[in-house]
Design a protein around this ligand. Sequence first.
Ligand SMILES: C[S@@+](CC[C@H](N)C(=O)[O-])C[C@H]1O[C@@H](n2cnc3c(N)ncnc32)[C@H](O)[C@@H]1O
Length: 251
Amino acid sequence: MSVDKSGQRIRQMFGEISSRYDLNNHVLSGGVDYYWRHRTVAAIDFEVEGPILDACTGTGDLALAIARHQKGSRLVVGSDFTHQMLEIANQKHRAGKSAADRVPFIEADTQELPFADDTFAAVTVAFGLRNVTSTERGLKEMARVTKPGGQVLVLEFSKPKNRIISPLYQWYFRNVLPVIGQLLARNDQSAYDYLPQSVGEFPDGKELTDLMESCGMTNATWKPLTFGIATLYVARKPDASTATANDHAAA
Ligand SMILES: C[S@@+](CC[C@H](N)C(=O)[O-])C[C@H]1O[C@@H](n2cnc3c(N)ncnc32)[C@H](O)[C@@H]1O
């Protein structure tokens, strides 16, 4: 039976673990999550002008990292549908003293974003897309609000392919992580049982880049990080020049 990703279940689960989410993240990943976010920020094409959206922003770490990198020179917005996660993002926002001060956090479903078409230079999503009820609807909505020529960047867990790393990772993911996660989070919804199940079922590598392209993006690439435990996917929304190049290629 596939994992329950109804909006109600997901919101309740993240609401319950929100106060310990950051601690869990850093402990369970051994701090590698900072590096993964750093790689995501480094992959953004800042030549494209306009605001940046971090969808499924949770406690806001990626949105704040992008804002800090940009030193307040452009608007960075975070969106998420779990109120408690955004409360923590807002606490960090209030505690911030520089660029991070200017990140508005908005309560919104990634499948129905309250933004006009072609608004953002880049839309990022870190460890969020896997939790969205319909991956396709989430991707299409992220593409819709991206400017032509802008980027959609997805940072997500993936399944390591290495013969040695893969079984070690499976063992850690299935046996260690749920136990530590449960101890730290103390929630009834077994969020850390949900994690390996949802990663197991979620498309990775070429399967996800194909999906991104079928949802309105082009030139989708993927880069495995840390033995493929996570993967960074980057695609563009076609602009007039891409469309012309593709037309020529097809002719
Ligand atoms: C694992 S957390 C990731 C948070 C953050 N991006 C990070 O890197 O730590 C997943 C987040 O996705 C949010 N989420 C899941 N489905 C969503 C949806 N349909 N719309 C908006 N947010 C959603 C959850 O509320 C949660 O905050």
